[in-house]
Design a protein around this ligand. Sequence first.
Ligand SMILES: NC(=O)c1ccc[n+]([C@@H]2O[C@H](COP(=O)([O-])OP(=O)(O)OC[C@H]3O[C@@H](n4cnc5c(N)ncnc54)[C@H](O)[C@@H]3O)[C@@H](O)[C@H]2O)c1
Length: 272
Amino acid sequence: MSNNLLKNKKGIIFGALDENSIAWKTAEKIHLQGGKFVLTNAPVALRMGRLDELANKTNSLMISADATKNEDLDNLIDKTINHFDGKIDFVLHSIGMSVNVRKGKSYTNLNHDWLTKGWDVSAVSFHKLLQLLYNKDAMNKWGSIVALSYMAAQRVFPNYNDMADNKAYLESIARSFGYFFGKEKKVRVNTISQSPTPTTAGKGVKGFDGFVSYAEKMSPLGNANAEECADYTVTLFSDLTRKVTLQNLFHDGGFSNVGVSQEIIDIISKNN
Ligand SMILES: NC(=O)c1ccc[n+]([C@@H]2O[C@H](COP(=O)([O-])OP(=O)(O)OC[C@H]3O[C@@H](n4cnc5c(N)ncnc54)[C@H](O)[C@@H]3O)[C@@H](O)[C@H]2O)c1
């Protein structure tokens, strides 16, 4: 159902790879709510993925950009402003990648060159993006910027590996840059800390299925899926949340505030 919550709003969506991607679902929901956007992803994802399908379906322009490259981001922002003939109202950063996770390195035996690469893609890219948007004065007043995070930024999830550190860094950038964006431009910057979700990035984490079923049993409302995350992001891009900024917002069915659930106690008691 559409309430036209994003009518007349224009933005950029990073990170839609296939129909499972959180960014893909978000693009569909934004389209439904009347928003317009440019879709972007790394050149390799544009070649291998199916972004053109989503672009056709939502009548969107596709622009390739490696989010670690300032020149690509610069070009993306200029072309977007040109395309819409005006500034931007919303940006979704839905990007994550760890070479150590991909190659099965454990946290106690990391390759630090790979760590640097994953940090650049997953966290520093957000600072690069914010800095360019800020210095180019690319955002409309009361605009909204969201990046996606995970609770391993606050609590230990052993197999989440160096992505935990990347998410802690990402959340800190949102707060630190959000201050300046709020003060100078009246633009909000937040992160959404999402439940484990079966996507290409999610399924890359060792023991992902166990993660999902544990979180499902711990969360009073059950895990939040990608579509529900997309709905939440729509609210943050809408005018109904204008004074929400510098926050890391848990979208996890209540998981983050539960010590232990009765279901987990029952399973452990049976096994003892
Ligand atoms: N899936 C989960 O369990 C989960 C949980 C919480 C948070 N998140 C976060 O949600 C976000 C989206 O991930 P997803 O789960 O939809 O997986 P996904 O694999 O569908 O999306 C990750 C995206 O990052 C893009 N990307 C990688 N390197 C890039 C680069 N250099 N430049 C531009 N784009 C690049 C990929 O092409 C891909 O589209 C990530 O930040 C992820 O960490 C995921």
